[in-house]
Ligand binder design. Structure first.
Ligand code: C5P
Length: 221
């Protein structure tokens, strides 16, 4: 049984991708299985936290004891998160939020015109940055961001941490982790860096989630 290091603490977690509709049958999305965020929600609940999980479209069962809110778009995720955020001890943003959405979702399916007409152009609008919005609250919860970078991992992740005004960012180490059950993480804060698993290599996402929750428990004390 996990030690109840988060008893009495409220945690809000985002997970999965967002889906930005183009028309009723099409949309723009990001690669994300939601596995890391769901594993963190499970580990937090095991540690005794009161967990709310705001999930984009994923195919995963709700971890035991976790309150789940399903959303599709970034705007919906933002609108679900913001009213809850001020009442939390910590906010962990693992979701792969689409940076842009089609400026307007068409009410009806876009049709190919007869005779090979030109392809449509989709005007895009910027989505709200959910993590930055939560970090900017007057009394923000302890905010943890995630970063998937394709190069200069630590440098870009730390720049992101400072730009968003959050104390801790977790970078995905190594090759794409999408859909995999294992991962390796690099925790970066103002003091320095720490790798998980500590011994190097990779570990399954639930093991990593439990380690991260242990680390977070210490920071919330
Ligand atoms: O800016 P970027 O997407 O690279 O930052 C990643 C971190 O910010 C993740 O923790 C992600 O969940 C969060 N994020 C967010 N809202 C956005 C974009 C990213 O909460 N619109």
């Amino acid at each position: 049984l996990a030690p109840k290091t988060l008893r009495g603490k409220k945690l809000l977690i985002t997970a999965g991708p967002t889906f930005e509709p183009i028309d009723p049958v099409r949309g723009i999305t990001n690669h994300s299985s939601g596995k890391m965020g769901f594993a963190i929600a499970r580990a937090a609940a095991e540690a005794g936290a009161e967990v709310t999980l705001v999930a984009g479209p994923v195919h995963l069962p709700t971890p035991r004891g976790v309150q789940r809110i399903d959303v599709q778009s970034a705007q919906q995720m933002h609108d679900a998160v913001l009213p809850l955020a001020a009442h939390q001890h910590a906010f962990i943003a693992t979701a792969a939020v689409a940076d842009w959405r089609p400026a307007q979702a068409h009410e009806h399916k876009l049709k190919k015109a007869e005779g090979g007409a030109t392809a449509p152009t989709i005007a895009m609008a910027e989505n709200p940055d959910i993590l930055a919005a939560v970090a900017g609250l007057p009394r923000p919860p302890y905010c943890v961001g995630f970063a998937a970078e394709s190069e200069k991992l630590a440098e870009h992740a730390d720049a992101k941490r400072r730009r968003k005004g959050i104390p801790l960012i977790v970078a995905n180490l190594g090759p794409a982790t999408f859909g995999r059950d294992d991962n390796a993480l690099l925790l970066i804060d103002a003091q320095g860096r720490r790798e998980l698993p500590e011994a190097g290599g990779r570990a399954d996402k639930l093991t990593l989630a439990r380690e991260l929750i242990k680390e977070l428990s210490q920071r919330l004390r």
